[in-house]
Design a protein around this ligand. Sequence first.
Ligand SMILES: [Zn+2]
Length: 404
Amino acid sequence: MRVKGVVFYLESDLPSEAKFLLEDFRLAVNNSIRAGLQARVTSRNALCKIAYKEFRQYHPRMYSQHLVSAFEMAGSVLKNHRKRVRKGVTCRIPYVKRLMMKAENQAYKLDRTSGIIDLPIMAGCHVKLRLVVSQYHRKYLDDMALSLGSLTVLPDRVIVAFRKNAPQQFVPASALSLDTNERSLDGVFVEGDGAKAIKADFPEVAIIQQRHHDRRKRLQKKKANDRRISKRLCRREGAREHHRIDYRLHQVANSVLKFAEERRSAIVLEDLKGFKSKRSKELNRRLSLWPRRKLHQIIEYKAQWKGIPVVKVDPRYSSRTCPICRKIQYSRMGAKFKCVCGWHMDRHINASINLLQTAISKGMAGGLRFNPGAFQHDVMMILYEPAMAARSEPNGTSGIVGVT
Ligand SMILES: [Zn+2]
């Protein structure tokens, strides 16, 4: 089962009954977190047993399905807390600050034609939430192969989970092998006997990372006498950075997946798990892996939704091996890979060829073959470049507070 959350904004403000429900829900979650910590339990049923009665006394009319889902949420908060504690991370007792609630699919009704949600508050009291429905939303609402999952209500928007059975992965007719770098995906596209270089450029991600890093540094210096404020501002900077990078990564992933879907390609990626660079702290930050990991996550998740096969292979030596004579080089410096046997290639593209060959040799890419001799050295297909994005980054660093 695949699940996709779709955000809907509301046509008008949340009715006051629903606002009260959000507060009650948060209270229920926080109460059961406390009860769960005391009793050392984390499962929904156990929490229900210990916290239900007491909460019912104070909120006798709250819709019981909501209460159960509050226990569920408390349970997952507690489980994460327990995981952190076991890892030895110092952390505070968890407390949910954000106003939100989750309703399971039996606990609300969504009219998919009119886009109106009927949300029960308590016995005899329901509210109607009118959703803003765009063409994008219609795609999900009208597709009857998608069933409705849970509903998350936030003060200004709701998130509806749509579910569908995992689609059958297609049998690949071609392969798209991608080496993930700080500023681009570089790879090779193989179809029939031909092979072409392929590129998706996202230099902005590194620029945004750098800019936000500089801003945080300045904030820390400026607010050095007030750690609380400095921390808060830095956190806000971090959230902004994530949003902006996320947006670009989604665009890159979309163009890669569109291509793979049209050409019936299997996607080959390097497995970044356990990949740690032994560089200095400064370089480590600059080359921080999270955008790359995030990009993989997005690609994998969207590919699953569309039934595109994704293969992940061990990237060891991929940037230092010659795909023709399999010789491994000691150094991997320079933009070009050159081998004594005469093979030469852009370093990143060479790495992607090796990833592809690993995938093929392990039988993970269907019956596809790759012949390095058929590589068209003079062709480069561009899947994505910053000019394709609707919004682009302004040049130069701006002030500490301001632009988003
Ligand atoms: Zn060679």
